[in-house]
Design a protein around this ligand. Structure first.
Ligand SMILES: CC(C)(COP(=O)(O)OP(=O)(O)OC[C@H]1O[C@@H](n2cnc3c(N)ncnc32)[C@H](O)[C@@H]1OP(=O)(O)O)[C@@H](O)C(=O)NCCC(=O)NCCS
Length: 183
């Protein structure tokens, strides 16, 4: 089968000794760097390292409460990719479902199977936690990402994304509410 031409990774898949594991707080700088790469592609979002760090801390709080999973791909002790999933209650499914976000692999290592390994870890966590469904948003112009998800059996639906911003003050209040209360 003919394979499309992509920017080749600097090393072949067989040479990549990869571990996919849950994120640790010490991964934060590397994860922020990956998110900056991601949000520079997705024009719906701005590159704001301070906000990405704050978001990751919130997500790690949700991880502690069993409501999220942050998967990190590590190669030679370096974080080279990430993917996150957080749960929502689906009244349509009558069960919890998972919202996948932040799927990104370091630029020079794309096309070597790392993204697929990260998504397998997410799917494993979803199964283990009884989620009925996984869903995600993708930029309609990101052809490579859409092909990637298609290969993983994600289907396009008729739903579209609508959003409205909340005032900054409310965001901070929401962030504080997300913190576990001290007893
Ligand atoms: C999309 C992404 C996470 C996939 O991870 P990956 O490690 O490159 O993907 P894998 O090697 O596991 O799978 C390769 C498949 O993904 C697709 N793909 C997407 N981007 C690719 C890239 N830059 N290089 C090669 N393949 C890519 C292809 O369909 C490819 O299949 P093929 O090799 O049969 O043609 C990664 O390319 C990436 O970080 N892209 C930029 C960020 C992004 O778009 N994230 C998705 C946001 S919704």
């Amino acid at each position: 089968m003919m394979r499309r031409a992509h920017t080749q990774p600097s090393i072949g898949p067989e040479a990549v000794k990869l571990t996919v594991r849950p994120a640790r707080i010490t991964d934060l700088p590397a994860l922020v760097e990956l998110l900056c790469q991601l949000f520079s592609i997705e024009t719906d979002f701005a590159v704001r390292p301070d906000r990405h760090a704050r978001g990751l801390r919130l997500l790690l709080g949700a991880v502690r409460r069993g409501r999220a999973y942050v998967a990190v791909a590590e190669r030679q002790r370096e974080v080279v990719g990430m993917a996150t999933v957080q749960t929502v209650v689906s009244t349509a499914e009558g069960a919890r479902s998972g919202l996948i976000e932040d799927v990104v692999v370091r630029k020079d290592l794309r096309g070597a199977g790392i993204g697929t390994s990260l998504m397998a870890a997410i799917a494993h966590w979803a199964r283990a936690n009884g989620l009925a469904r996984l869903q995600l948003l993708a930029d309609r112009r990101n052809r490579l990402a859409l092909t990637f998800y298609d290969r993983l059996a994600f289907q396009t639906t008729n739903m579209i994304c609508l959003r409205a911003r909340c005032p900054e003050k409310d965001q901070q209040e929401c962030a504080n509410e997300g913190r576990p209360k001290r007893r």
